[in-house]
Design a protein around this ligand. Structure first.
Ligand SMILES: N[C@@H](CCC(=O)N[C@@H](CS)C(=O)NCC(=O)O)C(=O)O
Length: 220
């Protein structure tokens, strides 16, 4: 068995894990996948393995990478083509990914990722959330207008690392259903049905019920 590993947290809830997992799968790294059930606060089993005390955490070829955007960059070095080929597209993909990584705090706090949360549609809106949603829609619209003509993803026909970074936002939008433009809804639909994201949802649906965190499985 490979000594290389990707540690992730409960798929239903772990938005950062989804990003890291997508990057690793896009790069086709041969790693053992270890899913740690999250406690909903600090998880002792995560602290025990990850230098940063968080998931995703990648151990690969002797390298240890414990942050999702660093995992994305690591994967891009392993498998060229995960960022756009042209410098302008690459710069734009990186800056919108960095904005996602560092920002949208109101959205993250009010709409925690919970893939199958019942009764969530139409809830959890406040002024801060709506401002974040508007900014995200503006990013998607500008990116698709400049770079996305060849297909349904941010940079066209190929699901790349920028889509991976925004996949948990898509998941939140699908759960909490804020009002979105038709173009944003189409993008969310494309991401949800992309093969890797569809696999993540399927794997999440198969997780044991004793991993559930009650506050994320009941209506907000
Ligand atoms: N900046 C980190 C944040 C990762 C993070 O906060 N992950 C959460 C799970 S989604 C975590 O591990 N929390 C600690 C815990 O649940 O014990 C990254 O991008 O990977």
């Amino acid at each position: 068995m490979s000594a290389d590993r990707l540690y992730i947290g409960t798929r239903r809830y772990s938005s950062w894990s989804l990003r890291g997992w997508l990057a690793v799968r896009l790069a086709r790294l041969n790693v053992e996948e270890i899913c740690i059930p999250l406690a909903g606060g600090t998880t002792a089993a995560v602290r025990a393995v990850s230098p940063g005390g968080t998931v995703p955490y990648l151990e690969h070829a002797g390298n240890r990478v414990w942050d999702s955007i660093a995992i994305a960059e690591y994967c891009a070095e392993q498998a060229p083509g995960l960022w756009p080929d042209n410098p302008a597209g690459r710069a734009h993909a990186r800056v919108i990914s960095a904005e996602m990584h560092a920002g949208f705090r109101e959205l993250r706090m009010a709409m925690p990722m919970s893939l199958f949360r019942p009764g969530a549609a139409g809830t959890c809106r406040n002024d801060g959330v709506l401002a974040d949603v508007a900014r995200i829609e503006a990013i998607w619209a500008e990116t698709r207008e400049r770079f996305g003509a060849s297909g349904p993803y941010l940079f066209g026909a190929t699901f790349n690392l920028a889509d991976a970074m925004y996949a948990p936002v898509v998941a939140r939008f699908l759960t909490y259903a804020p009002d979105l433009s038709a173009a944003s809804r189409a993008y969310c639909d494309a991401v949800r049905h992309s093969p890797l994201v569809a696999q993540w949802y399927d794997d999440a649906a198969a997780e044991p019920t004793d991993w559930f965190i009650a506050r994320y499985e009941t209506a907000p």
